[in-house]
Structures are given as structure tokens and as C-alpha cells.
Design a protein around this ligand. Structure first.
Ligand code: ATR
Length: 288
């Protein structure tokens, strides 16, 4: 068999891994583009992850996605760490190139691509930008915002020491405000992002006053279970443009698929609806 005819295989690794929607996303694209490839779920225990990644091609994979709790380990395991992964200190997309394991973090791309799709004019008025959170997802977003031309990003985080680490990493474009000042941070804001896990599988909501933001403010949430979080609902009720977490999830899958299978896939409305339906179904069954 010539190398060109070898069926390419990629996977997502995590522990646990059953919940991952990546096989559905990549499986849809493989079918849609008629590619003779495969994308599977691989349950890899924390003790085994370094060994698994060291032998990724021996396991038959050209690359993989990485989810909780292996993103930092994947970053460490990589021979070549791309800028987005360095900015976050964690990797979610790996591929083998010239015998070396490469790592990037496509959350940055996913967030920025979907923001541009849903709110193409968000940057026109040079808005006040506020990121709530200082974990891995927040770092990926902050990296995208700064690279995308934001001169200042206000960061709020419950644990202020973590926000200070973000400032130390990204430098003077980060302005820190304390958790108790969060409503002051909202005054006149033009882009507000919840990059915390608050609202995941709950009615909880970041405790900020959205009446203070600019009328043209765009409000985004990385949480997609539920699809419309309480935070996005509050923004919607206030008449603001909202950017949900599901679109970010779909767009972050694009660069990996292109690396592994050689086709740049499109995030279609049909794909969005199919994954949204799956999220709704799982929400219904978990509340049974
Ligand atoms: P991820 O890599 O997915 O971003 P993470 O690194 O664990 O995950 O970060 C989770 C983020 O959600 C953090 O900003 C966390 O705040 P702390 O640094 O104070 O822990 C935030 N977060 C989680 N639960 C929260 C809550 N109940 N209230 C406020 N912030 C919360």
C-alpha cells in the first residue's frame, strides 16, 4: 500500500472522554468531504498520557485533539510548541510533522473566528473590552484579542493572583480590576466575555450589571451547556448582540481537521444545529 492510500486516523484523548462532541464534528466533516479517514475517542488515563503521545503514530494516528485533563501534559509532550499554545501554556491540537510532535491551541482561533462571524463590526468603535476569568480559556481569548489589535483588555477574576499571572504573561495591555469592581468595569463596555465556567449546567451567572454596558455591546460566553446561558439570556433581554460558546467549539475544530485530513472544513448551520440538538438532548437526559 502506498502512503497516499493509507487511511488517516485522528482522535480526541481525555479522561473521561465519553462526553466529547469532537467525534461528531469531525465525523460529519469526513462524511461531507468524502474523506476515507477516521476520528475516534480514546480514553487515556493521566498516568498514560505522556507515553500515549510519545507513540502517537505507532498507535496509528496522524494527530489528535486533547481535552481535560491532558491539555498541559500535551503542551509539555510536544517537540514544537506553536505561539497560541505558548500563550496559553496548554495545547488542544497536536499533529506529527517531519517526525516531530507539534502542538497548538485552537481556542484562540475558534473564539476570534466566531466573534467575527456573529459580530463583524465589534471592533469598529474601539470598544472597552472586558474578559471575566483567568484560566486557560481566558488566556486563549486574551491572546486572540491582543493579536487582533486590542490595545487594552480589562481582566477580572475571582482569584486575583491568577489575574496577576495573566498580566505578567501578556504585559501592559492587560488592565486588572478587582472582583469587587466588576460593575465599574462594565461601564461603557463594548465587548464582555465570560471565560469562566460559571453558568455551566446551572442557572448561575457572572454577577455583573449589564445595564451599564454600551448599547452596542457584544456579550460572549464560552459555556455552551446550556446553549443559552443565564448570562447570554440577560444580554439578549437587554437587546445586546450575543456570541455563544457552541460556535467557538465548532470553529476551534477547523484547523485540526485541515492539518490531519488536508481539507479546510466549513462550519455550516446544519452542523451547528446537529450539535446544538445533541447538547439539548444531553441536557434533557441529565435533568431527568
Ligand atoms: P479553563 O482552562 O477551562 O479556563 P480553569 O483554568 O480551571 O479552566 O479556569 C476556570 C475559570 O473559571 C477561572 O477563571 C476560575 O476562577 P478562579 O481562578 O478564581 O478559580 C473561574 N471560576 C470557576 N468557578 C467560578 C465561580 N464559581 N465564580 C467565579 N469564577 C469561577
Amino acid at each position: 500500500m502506498t502512503p497516499a492510500s493509507v487511511k488517516k486516523r485522528a482522535c480526541v484523548i481525555g479522561w473521561p472522554i465519553e462526553h466529547s462532541r469532537s467525534p461528531m464534528i469531525h465525523g460529519t466533516w469526513l462524511k461531507q468531504y468524502g474523506i476515507d479517514g477516521a476520528y475516534t475517542r480514546e480514553a487515556v488515563q493521566p498516568d498514560d498520557v505522556m507515553d500515549f503521545l510519545a507513540h502517537l503514530s505507532r498507535h496509528g494516528f496522524v494527530g489528535c485533539n486533547v481535552t481535560v485533563p491532558h491539555k498541559e501534559a500535551a503542551y509539555k509532550a510536544a517537540d514544537v510548541k506553536h505561539d497560541a499554545a505558548r500563550a496559553v501554556g496548554a495545547a488542544n491540537t497536536l499533529w506529527i510533522e517531519d517526525g516531530k510532535l507539534h502542538a497548538t491551541n485552537t481556542d484562540t482561533y475558534g473564539f476570534m473566528a466566531y466573534l467575527k462571524q456573529k459580530a463583524p463590526n465589534w471592533q469598529q468603535a474601539d470598544p472597552r473590552v472586558v474578559v471575566i476569568g483567568a484560566g486557560g480559556a481566558a488566556r486563549a481569548i486574551i491572546y486572540g484579542l491582543i493579536n487582533g489589535g486590542c490595545d487594552e483588555v480589562i481582566v477580572l477574576n475571582r482569584t486575583e493572583a491568577r489575574a496577576e499571572q495573566v498580566r505578567a504573561h501578556f504585559g501592559e495591555k492587560i488592565k486588572l480590576m478587582s472582583w469587587s469592581q466588576c460593575n465599574d468595569a462594565m461601564t461603557g463596555a463594548g465587548l464582555v466575555i465570560n471565560a469562566t465556567s460559571v453558568g455551566m449546567n446551572s442557572e448561575d451567572c457572572p454577577d455583573v450589571d449589564l445595564t451599564r454596558v454600551d448599547d452596542a455591546c457584544v456579550v460572549s460566553d464560552i459555556v455552551y451547556t446550556p446553549l443559552e446561558t443565564a448570562f447570554l439570556k440577560a444580554a439578549h433581554d437587554r437587546g445586546l448582540t450575543t456570541v455563544d460558546g457552541l460556535g467557538m467549539l465548532l470553529h476551534q475544530a477547523v484547523p485540526g481537521f485541515e492539518k490531519w485530513f488536508g481539507v479546510r472544513p466549513t462550519v455550516t448551520d446544519d452542523l451547528y444545529q446537529a450539535i446544538a440538538d445533541d447538547v439539548r438532548r444531553s441536557q434533557c437526559s441529565s435533568s431527568d
